[in-house]
Structure formats: C-alpha cells, structure tokens
Design a protein around this ligand. Structure first.
Ligand SMILES: [Zn+2]
Ligand SMILES: [Zn+2]
Length: 428
C-alpha cells in the first residue's frame, strides 16, 4: 500500500468511528475533569474559578471564548458567564447550556473526590453538566467535517438563584454573539436510572414565584384581644384559605402549588403583635394561571383582613419578588421529538423514556425568549441501577449524599445525548 492509500484508510476509519467509541476514548480525561470540578464547587454568583476553568478548557479546544458575560441588576456583582463559539460554515446556530454553580450543602458522600470547600457542594450535578459541555466541545471540534453551522456553548452562573440566564441575556448575549435557532440543555436526574434519558414535550418544569405577605393587625395585651386586631389569627386563616386557590379556584387540569414555607410573628405569649410575615413559593405552568394565582393571593389576604375588621390603612402588604422569579421550562414539541428520535438510534429505544413533568424550577427557559426560540431540556439518569433494582431509597438532587452513580456511565450517556442532539440539528 502506498502512503496515500494508508492516509485515506486512516481518515476513513476515523470518520467511521461511532459516537460511542469517541466518547469512550474521552472518558478517562472527562472523569478527571468531573472530579476536579466536584471537589471545588462555588456558590451562585461566586463562580470565579469554575468559570475560568471551563473557559480555559474550551479555549484549548479551539473555541472562541469570552468570559464574564452577564450583568446583574444588583450593582457591584460580577456575572461569571462563559460563551464559547465555534463557527463552522453556513447552518443553524445551536445554543448548548451548562450551569456552573454549587449549593450551600455540607457534602456527606464520603467520596474521595468530595468537596473540599466547607458547606458548598455540587449537589445538583452542575459538575456533570460542565463536564458534558467540555466533552461535547471536544467531540464536535474533532468532527468538524461532519457538521455545519455554529455551536454556541454557554457556561451559565447563578442557576440555583435563577438569576444567571437573565443576567447573560441582559448583557446582549444574542446581539453580541449570535441569536440561536435552537437552545438545548440537559439536567442530571436523581430519580432516573443511569444510562437512561428522560424526555417530555410541553411543560416540564414550573414557573416559580416568591411572594411575601405582611399581615398587619393592631397589637396589644394578650389578655385583652377585644382591644386589638390579632394578626396571628388572621395569618392562620390566610394560610388555610390560600389552599382554596388550588382546590377551588383553579382547573384541576392545571397544576398549581402554593406553599407557605415560613411564618414569623410575635415575641412573647402575652403580647398580640402588630404583624406576621408569611413567605410563599408559588408554582404554575401557564402564564394566565400564574397571573390569576398571584392575584388570588392578594385578594384572599385582603379579604380575610377586611372580614376581621382590620383598618383600611393596615391591609396586608403583598410583594412579588421579580428578581427571584423563574419562567416555566417548555420543551418545544417538534424539537423534543427530533432529539428523542436521534437518541433512540444512539442509545436504543429502551433507554429513552417518557418522563412526568415536575414543579421544580430552572431558568433555562429564559434562553427561549418566551418560546420564540425552540428550546428543550432533557433529563439524564444519575440513579444507581443497583439501588433502582432493589427498590432502595434514592437521594434526591440537593441532598448531601447525592452522587451520580456510576459516574462514568452518567457522563458517557450525557455526552452521547448532547452530541447526538447537535449532530441531528447540524448534520451536513
Ligand atoms: Zn438545583
Ligand atoms: Zn440544577
């Protein structure tokens, strides 16, 4: 054989490699990356070292990387967003998002690569997402001849406080870099067996709103309730009545959660306080349901205060915290089906499973600009198959003992999932 023939054969065998073979070859280095990230988590808005690490890995792979993309509304805070672009000819732009932040959790896994930062842990698996982003970047860089278009990799800070996506968009993300045709993401999933991927079209995660209700009364002596308006009793009635928003005021087919997670008031047994504070989280899917539920909270709080004879100038104050709100995650049905079909071919149909939606929240939905850009988030299984088989209890996301198991299978499945999705959207 002459050298030309050998070169052609080598090139042919390189492109004939399956995606699985390519991921297997990258796995040892991805495991090292994962363990490095897992051992050194940083809290939301403080992702200085994490973002620099991700940026340097992507730069090494030939991406055009920009750091510190993003602007928070609060002055004086740095937004550690990372954007890495690879322009590879005409074709669609695909945004692939990983989050960067850890949680204020004291890790109890006992793993050799456990967090070395006290009371900070990657308990939501954002280290899996970052490693997947880096693995995807490597394989797409190695296979440039097989796809065309633009890949836009996003390292997003402050997901756990749902501020990072908003901050990056507010800094002109789509104007400065590119406006994507598609936005995709994965999240590891503690209730799904490792090796499997979960999908669902339509709403998969909820709108989240934080609402404070300050119930104001007229304080006085605990032994003379007739001389006061007791905000403790009024607050107790409001807590119970708020549940009728879900059970009576809402269609049974539209999921809603109203949880009063915190209640504070008073200082001593024999004092009727001036006010009681209620702190609520509210979860919904549809925008019209969200508006109605928020209006109902205000109406019920004021109505009960009125019924109790609270003076007009002491009506409850209802505050909705715009900075703590996250929009629902809506999976574009056509894009979801396209990605799921590609995964059935890549992973086998038995490993691609329909999932139930949940009422937890994410800020990935912001990248869709209210549905103008088709977006999808898929769930990658992270539960130990042995535990699933035995029916043992599985630690949830945010738990101090959550550990994707076996982590090499989780990473391998995640990288195959994302690369197969990008190949489907950018194939030549
Ligand atoms: Zn989380
Ligand atoms: Zn998360």
């Amino acid at each position: 054989m002459n050298r030309f023939v050998i070169a052609v054969l080598i090139a042919a065998s390189a492109s004939a490699q399956t995606l699985e073979q390519r991921v297997d070859r990258e796995l040892p280095s991805l495991l090292t990356t994962y363990k490095t990230l897992h051992a050194s988590p940083e809290l939301s808005t403080k992702e200085q070292k994490t973002s620099a690490f991700v940026a340097s890995k992507l730069r090494e792979l030939g991406y055009e990387v920009t750091e510190r993309v993003g602007k928070y509304e609060e002055p004086g805070e740095t937004c550690y967003g990372v954007v890495a672009m690879m322009r590879n000819g005409d074709g669609p732009v695909v945004l692939i998002r990983s989050d960067l932040d850890g949680l204020p959790v004291n890790e109890q896994t006992g793993l050799p690569h456990a967090s070395t930062n006290a009371n900070v842990m990657h308990a939501c698996g954002h280290d899996v997402h970052m490693t997947t982003l880096i693995g995807t970047a490597k394989i797409l860089a190695d296979t440039r001849s097989q796809w065309r278009g633009t890949v836009m990799l996003i390292g997003q800070p402050a997901e756990e406080v749902v501020r990072g996506a908003k901050g990056m968009l507010a800094d002109g993300l789509y104007e400065r870099f590119a406006r994507p045709n598609y936005a995709i993401a994965i999240h590891d999933w503690a209730a799904l067996e490792s090796g499997k991927v979960g999908f669902r079209a339509g709403y998969v995660m909820a709108n989240s709103d934080s609402v404070d209700v300050t119930v104001r009364g007229v304080g006085g002596h605990g032994a003379a309730p007739d001389k006061s308006k007791d905000p403790v009793v009024i607050a107790a009635e409001i807590v119970v009545a708020l549940q009728t928003i879900v059970s009576r005021g809402n269609s049974p087919l539209d999921p809603v959660v109203v949880t009063v997670g915190s209640i504070h008031g008073g200082s001593k047994r024999n004092i009727i306080p001036d006010e009681v504070k209620l702190y609520l989280t509210v979860r919904t899917y549809k925008p019209e349901v969200r508006q109605r539920v928020l209006a109902s909270i205000e109406r019920i709080a004021k109505g009960i205060a009125q019924a109790a004879g609270v003076p007009a100038d002491r009506m409850p104050i209802v505050e909705v915290h715009k900075n703590e709100a996250a929009p629902a995650t809506y999976n574009d049905p056509a894009l979801t089906e396209r990605w799921a079909n590609a995964l059935r071919r890549e992973l086998g149909a038995a490993n691609v499973v329909l999932m139930d939606p949940v009422m937890v929240s994410e800020d990935f939905g912001r990248f869709s600009l209210d549905g103008k850009i088709p977006a999808v988030m898929l769930m990658v299984g992270a539960a130990d198959p042995a535990k699933v088989a035995s029916g043992a209890a599985l630690p949830g996301l945010h738990s101090s003992v959550f550990a994707p198991t076996p982590v090499d299978l989780v990473l391998k499945t995640a990288v195959r999932t994302v690369v197969a999705g990008v190949n489907e959207l950018l194939k030549r």
